[in-house]
Design a protein around this ligand. Structure first.
Ligand code: GLC
Ligand code: CA
Length: 559
């Protein structure tokens, strides 16, 4: 393993503001589906590096790279064999360094995914644990327990794994190990000092290589209450929540100390699906991870009242703990928002309702193979553009997911034989899973994989991808890609250094308008009828405006 360190950055290219992440537009790359350089049908780091000019033209401030570590891909790379290496199927550490250097030279920061809740079952520590005796130090790095029942034949608790099936799997000597997700993803024991120390080593390993920040997978889930030595507790693993969260605070305070060893300090964003909002923001405090994903908009209907309530609630709650804001409409775990907005609206979610009605509707649609309810493709895309423009005007950081800038919608009609997501297999097909947003990107209208690589793609691409290819859209002034480029370059000009809050403007029903510093206004028509066009110089419009603000349209204007 090479020890070469490549963080010598050109100060010309990178914005040296240590708070860059608070207002950044971060573009998520799912590396195996982004660009394939060597023609083995799997996206790789060399492919990504070759596309840095595309990212620069798009105008994003940072890339969040989903796991690229050695992995058998039992869960798309979120099953990590080695936290301090690159999967040989997609590159080498030298290629990682070259990619980092290319991104930095283009003024783009790099955030990598850290997966602390679980390793893969091929991690050397888990192999060692399997070979070791019950109650050995090697087993203590994970969560091994004896089973219940006369011969330990019953799992220690009835808790179910997130991907379906029991959360416990039995090993040859009769003990059981705990996994919140797939069988191949054994959970670490975060009370074990070696586990804690090893993650600090991993953070430093990547920070030393020039990585600017970390996205923390399942950030709120590391501690669980399980039956253990001296306890026969078999109830809900998430109680008492506050005590578990206090232990997490302590872990992340240690991480924060590592981040602060660097200049500028490394940043972090936690994946926290938890409600209520106050609990999520616990992880976004400046002395904790600093940021946590806000998934509220990703579960909302395209409706003015829902968007406004979500924005208000988040601005108030984040300000109360001194956290910066994040906004998300899509990622590698959810149905693409161009599809979400093309499905009929549902009732709004009740407070803390899970799953929210929007998600129930998406699941129904996926199960029907994308047939029922009927997707209105044109409306979905217009609304997606309008929602993105609404979001990119808000104070805080925005996280985009690869392909949304092309207006891609969910691929719903993949064959069962082609599916890869463990949620599909572990639920016996009852849940369709997340492959439909992970189909390799179209770069050109022709070619064996629409320019994704010189050969095919590891998930089949639909014929309609041809019309959404990056090269086609780059040449089309009305495309989603052109719009995203305009939004990002305008945003850079309009953001004032203070990134002050927003002021809502008087607007007719179904329309939201807000003002930012310096005369910048954002207006979105969420309704079905044209609304009056507010006065001012139009800077960007998500669809052609002709004296009115058309339905499903956002404009940025200078008042
Ligand atoms: C996170 C990831 C998801 C993964 C899971 C288990 O939710 O975003 O893709 O399956 O964690 O690591
Ligand atoms: Ca490849």
């Amino acid at each position: 393993m090479s020890q070469s360190l490549v963080p010598t950055l050109s100060p010309m290219a990178l914005d040296m503001n240590p708070d860059w992440w608070k207002t950044a537009v971060v573009y998520q790359i799912y590396p195996r589906s982004f660009a394939d350089a060597n023609g083995d049908t799997i996206g790789d780091l060399a492919g990504l590096t070759s596309r840095v000019p595309y990212l620069a033209a798009l105008g994003v401030d940072a890339v969040w790279l989903s796991p690229f570590y050695p992995s058998a891909l039992a869960d798309g790379g979120y099953d990590v064999d080695d936290y301090r290496d690159v999967d040989p199927k997609i590159g080498t550490l030298a290629e990682f360094d070259a990619m980092t250097a290319a991104l930095h030279a283009a003024g783009i920061r790099l955030v990598v995914d850290i997966v602390p809740n679980h390793s893969s079952d091929r991690h050397p520590w888990f192999r060692e644990a399997l070979a070791a005796a019950p109650d050995s130090p090697a087993r203590d790095r994970y969560i091994f327990r004896d089973g219940r029942g006369e011969h330990g034949e019953l799992p220690p608790t009835d808790f179910r794994a997130t991907f379906g099936g029991p959360a416990w799997t039995r090993v040859a000597d009769g003990q059981w190990y705990f996994h919140l997700f797939a069988i191949e993803q054994p959970d670490f024991n975060w009370d074990n000092p070696e586990v804690r120390a090893d993650f600090l080593t991993t953070l430093r390993f990547w920070a030393d290589r020039g990585v600017d920040g970390f996205r923390v997978d399942v950030a709120d889930g590391l501690f669980k209450r399980l039956p253990g030595p001296g306890s026969d507790y078999t109830g809900d693993p998430w109680t008492p929540r506050d005590e578990l969260d206090r232990r997490l605070d302590e872990v992340y305070a240690g991480w924060r100390a590592v981040f602060d060893e660097y200049d500028p300090p490394r940043c972090a964003v936690g994946e926290v699906w938890a409600e209520p909002i106050e609990r999520r923001l616990r992880f976004a405090r400046p002395d904790n991870l600093g940021q946590a994903f806000n998934f509220d908009l990703l579960r909302a209907n395209f409706r003015a009242s829902e968007f406004r309530a979500i924005v208000n609630r988040n601005l108030v709650a984040a300000a109360a703990v001194g956290a910066s804001q994040t906004w998300v409409l899509s990622n590698h775990d959810v149905v693409r928002h161009a599809t979400r907005y093309g499905l009929p609206l549902t009732r709004p979610a009740a407070p803390n309702e899970f799953p929210p009605p929007t998600v129930v509707r998406e699941v129904e649609w996926l199960k029907s193979g994308g047939v029922e309810p009927v997707e209105d493709v044109t409306l979905g895309l217009s609304r997606a553009k309008a929602a993105t423009a609404f979001l990119l005007g808000l104070p805080g950081a925005a996280y985009l997911y690869q392909g949304e800038e092309l207006g891609l919608r969910e691929v719903a009609d993949l064959d069962a034989a082609d599916r890869q997501d463990p949620t599909f297999f572990r639920s016996d097909g009852d849940e369709i899973g997340r492959d439909g947003c992970r189909v390799p990107l179209p770069w050109t209208p022709e070619g064996p994989s629409f320019g994704f690589g010189p050969a095919g793609a590891h998930l089949p691409q639909p014929a309609w991808f041809a019309g959404y290819a990056a090269s086609v859209e780059a040449a089309d002034p009305g495309s989603a890609l052109t719009l995203y480029r305009e939004l990002m370059s305008r945003r850079k000009q309009l953001l004032t250094s203070a990134d002050s809050g927003l002021t809502w403007l008087d607007a007719p029903d179904g329309v939201l308008g807000y003002a930012r510093g310096g005369g910048w206004q954002v207006w979105t028509n969420f309704g079905d009828l044209p609304a009056p066009l507010p006065a001012g110089e139009i800077l960007v419009a998500t669809s052609p405006v002709d004296g009115t603000l058309p339905p499903a349209t956002t404009v940025w204007l200078h008042a």
